[in-house]
Design a protein around this ligand. Sequence first.
Ligand code: SF4
Length: 459
Amino acid sequence: MFLSVFDVFKIGVGPSSSHTMGPMTAAVRFLAAIRDQKVPFGTRIRVKLYGSLAFTGRGHATDRAVALGLLGLLPADLDIDEAGFLLEDLQDGKTLRSPGLPPITFDPETDVVFDYGDPLPGHANGLTFDLCGRAGETIFSETYYSIGGGFVVTASEKALTTKESLAASDRPFPFHSAASMLAMASIAGISVAQMKRANELVSATARDLDDGLDRLWRVMDDCIERGLRTSGELPGGLKVKRRASAIYRQLLSERGSNQAHPHVVADWLSVYAMAVNEENAGGGRVVTAPTNGAAGVVPAVLKYFISHCGGDDRQKIHEFLLTAAAIGGLIKHNASISGAEAGCQGEVGSAAAMAAAGLCAVLGGTPAQVENAAEIALEHHLGLTCDPVAGLVQVPCIERNGMGAMKAVSAASLALRGDGTHFMPLDNCIRAMRQTGEEMNSKFKETSLGGLAVNLPEC
Ligand code: SF4
């Protein structure tokens, strides 16, 4: 299956791609599936959440996402205010009214069940939808897996996906590993972004591709700007305060003064990333990059390039996004971008590798240097666990994106000081990430059963 730049970067809503956007999409798919059945009057929909979706689903608003999906809403075009009104109506009436279907009972309070037993065998994030008759008997059932980054597959699709190659053979550069990416770039004498662009143009016009890339950056940048202007407390009960706007005002006031140390540039990177992840934690509009929990890293590094390195250039912005997407595709194909499957190395680690590659490319890096930058950034996230406090995408997630952005910039800079030759290939590093994720205790894979999540300060 070819993974487009618009699959790796998806416009959606917070707080989680796998726990919010994926389940919302699964619910919309289930509605479409039952439209093909003869649905009688008097039915009810029941949803069961398994594994990480059960353990951290409340903090990640999975139950709300399922209800919104059953109302027919998809993450990309969700109007957040309208969604609130529709949910209130559903809570009052407990009835779904979807085009092409009779009214179906669904009580968002009781018809979403959190199953804290074993996860489903197919993936750590599983959810089952049942359409039940008057006597409670199951008329139709489907299980979906939310495999990270907002991607959703049924069991049969999952089996197919794992057998398919990353890039379909109808693409001019069907690279499925970093080694094949470098070999193709060397033979064709073009950059990673140029290969990715050629692959995209098989299924999109140049205009649609460019407009889509413009839109991605616009949504990312709007998200940063909103986050930099918004203060207050984040939802969820932890009473975590938004910090990006206050830090941003400090940074602005220090600009040009000789009080500021050179390392203040790290604060700029952090504040851009934190702005995005505060928006994400607040349920706002974000671009998954490649997940929502890690949505701040790529925009922060691109914003840094534009605002601090004189990079305000449409073509450069496209080159950054295409290069980052190529690396994200390799990681998703050969390991995982899901915190529930690989821990945070799969989320913030992947995002840092993508951002490092993008920055290295737009600063003039060769394909070998780009691969090196991605490898450095990923290598130094290996083993990073996922232990979100109270199941919310706030602590450690918000600051962690700032740290990921800094590692990405350092990795790109280091790679640019070499000639691209290096000891550990990116492919091996991705393999190590996959193996580490497989052997990581499930306490540290988005279940909130270990680490920071169980070492809370006394209030
Ligand atoms: S700790 Fe990392 S992987 Fe876990 S929810 Fe936060 S950002 Fe996602």
